[in-house]
Design a protein around this ligand. Structure first.
Ligand code: 3HC
Length: 511
């Protein structure tokens, strides 16, 4: 991260002094700078001359004293308060009195660091995001002790680097990590509980959630040790058990499997990080399925449209369900869906897969009502216009039936992922708690809607921010999914926050 920040500053035309603990570490830092700028040269984004200039602006040293002339110093040492305090004591000694000292901490309290120095009014947080040269967000953190001029100078400098500063107060996780890490930890717990596989969760969140990386790929990029540190710090403030690092994460860290930087974390980088949907792709080549659709409404129309696009025959009359490979119940409400699927189960052939889309509780309830629960799966399209199909097998689903459902989905041009029969399947179970947290943050007045949305789009590459997402997906839908998640888990933080229920009652979007 230190090398990434040095690169950003040097690319911005500034002279940089990079301090490392010893010659070996300096060499590694130099290596990072050369690799990262070299990648930009290879991609034709930087000329070799420009690369030389950038590298020439970074002076590398092991002496703190070489920082004596700097206007701003950014600390990026490991996340240990004692270590940071030692570094800041040294900086305090060698730096000019008017120099601003910044910490790139992702988890520690900036105030804790500031009070250990002789110049707390000149201490700010500047929080960069991985990879620093790419991500546009920098959170600028002001403590109650920071003088406004120091914050303004840092925010201006950040803008001058072509990045977007979001200025917030000193709370654990600031904006982006506070929202991101609950979600990442929940994904780890989902894996640990056997709800879905690593690859299916990553695929669900990229294909269905539109994210640039799935949670396990991202945790491996961040570093699993950093993930645990950030979670510990957020938990210490929130006391929300969703921030208690998953035992699986801790086990990987104890084993030294820290992600990309050690060659193995959730993925093994000596082999391939990919490999998500091999079965789905080979299954996609079979004959086009015959699909029965029972129920009317927008979802039924969307399923009929995707069958048309895939060249699959659609049957929607009860009399013609006998030869269908898949019968999908797509009623608008669960009560109607239950009756329709039960009738369809009588008409469908013995080899048909029956799919429930309208469960208001668990899929198993609808499955039992059909009289042939072994043939029933849950089917969820988180975005009916998208390509992700989540397939939930219940405890009663016969072996092989979810495989057949996944094969049929693949032949319809969808990307299937599997999970167990739990509220929200994968995508909604992961995204609505995160959206609820964002609404809670807005309601608490910690950051405004623009800052929250900017944090997630510019810091984490989300296509839209959470406040915009809530309005796009529908606040009533958010409240309904959160109530289902809360009813299933009784997890207090999953109950929809008052700001959401109030806006639903008022019939008004958040923006
Ligand atoms: N260093 C430097 N540049 C890099 C890079 C790296 N490690 N990885 C990718 N890049 C550059 C590429 O050179 C390319 O540049 P170009 O557009 O100028 O040619 C650009 O980034 C896009 O790279 P790719 O086409 O290879 O890859 P993707 O399109 O898949 O994008 C990504 C990669 C930008 C990392 C994208 O997947 C993404 O946005 N992921 C989300 C990352 C994220 O959430 N970061 C925040 C984590 S939380 C955090 O850091 C806070 C901390 O406190 C824990």
């Amino acid at each position: 991260m230190g090398a990434g920040i040095a690169e950003v500053l040097a690319r911005g035309g500034l002279s940089v002094v990079g301090v490392e603990v010893n010659e070996d570490a300096l060499e590694r830092g130099r290596g990072h700078l050369e690799t990262s700028t070299g990648r930009a040269v290879k991609r034709g984004r930087l000329t070799e001359d420009a690369q030389r200039e950038i590298l020439g602006r970074v002076a590398l040293t092991t002496e703190f004293a070489d920082l004596g002339d700097c206007d701003l110093v950014i600390e990026a040492v490991p996340e240990r308060l004692d270590l940071k305090r030692t570094v800041f004591a040294e900086l305090d000694r060698v730096c000019r009195d008017d120099a601003v000292l910044a910490t790139n901490t992702s988890s520690l309290s900036v105030t804790d660091i500031a009070v250990g120095t002789g110049r707390p009014s000149k201490i700010v947080g500047v929080h960069f995001f991985n990879p620093a040269p790419v991500m546009k967000l920098v959170e600028v953190i002001a403590t109650v002790l920071t003088e406004p001029d120091a914050v303004a100078r840092v925010a201006e400098l950040v803008k001058g680097l072509g990045k977007t500063p979001v200025t917030v107060g000193d709370r654990a996780g600031f904006v982006a990590n506070r929202l991101l890490f609950g979600y990442l930890n929940q994904a780890a717990s989902m894996l640990e509980s056997g709800h879905a596989t690593r690859d299916d969760i990553d695929t669900a969140m990229t294909v269905g959630g539109g994210l640039p990386m799935g949670p396990f790929t991202l945790m491996d990029l961040i570093g699993l040790d950093t993930c645990v540190e950030v979670l510990d710090a957020i938990y210490a403030e929130s006391r929300d058990r969703r921030h208690a690092a998953s035992p699986l994460l801790r086990e990987l860290v104890t084993a030294g499997l820290l992600g990309r930087k050690t060659g193995r974390g959730f993925y093994d980088y000596d082999r391939s990080a990919a490999g998500a949907s091999e079965t789905a792709e080979s299954a996609a080549d079979g004959p086009k399925p015959v699909v029965g659709i029972v129920g009317v409404g927008p979802l039924a129309d969307a399923i009929a449209a995707l069958c048309d696009r895939a060249g699959a025959e659609v049957r929607d009359s009860a009399a013609r369900l006998a030869g269908c490979d898949l019968v999908v119940e797509a009623a608008e409400d669960a009560e109607a869906g239950r009756a329709l699927l039960s009738a369809a189960a009588q008409a469908a052939g013995p080899d048909a897969v029956l799919a429930v889309t309208s469960a208001d509780g668990q899929v198993i309830e609808q499955a039992m009502a059909t009289g042939r629960p072994a043939d029933v799966v849950g089917l969820h399209l988180p975005d009916p216009a998208g390509t992700l199909a989540e397939i939930a097998a219940t405890v009663a689903t016969a072996p092989g039936v979810a495989d057949r459902a996944a094969g049929i989905a693949a032949r319809l041009g969808l990307t299937p992922v599997r999970c167990r029969d739990r509220a929200g399947f994968i995508v909604d179970a992961l995204r609505f708690p995160y959206l609820n947290d964002a609404a809670a943050m807005l309601g608490a007045g910690y950051a405004d809607a623009d800052s929250i949305d900017a944090a997630m789009t510019l810091g984490c590459g989300y296509p839209t921010g959470p406040i915009a997402d809530l309005d796009r997906l529908g606040l009533d839908r958010a409240v309904a999914v959160l109530r289902a998640l809360h009813a299933e888990t009784r997890e207090p933080a999953l109950a929809p926050v008052p700001l959401l229920t109030e806006h639903v009652a008022a019939g008004r979007p958040l923006r």
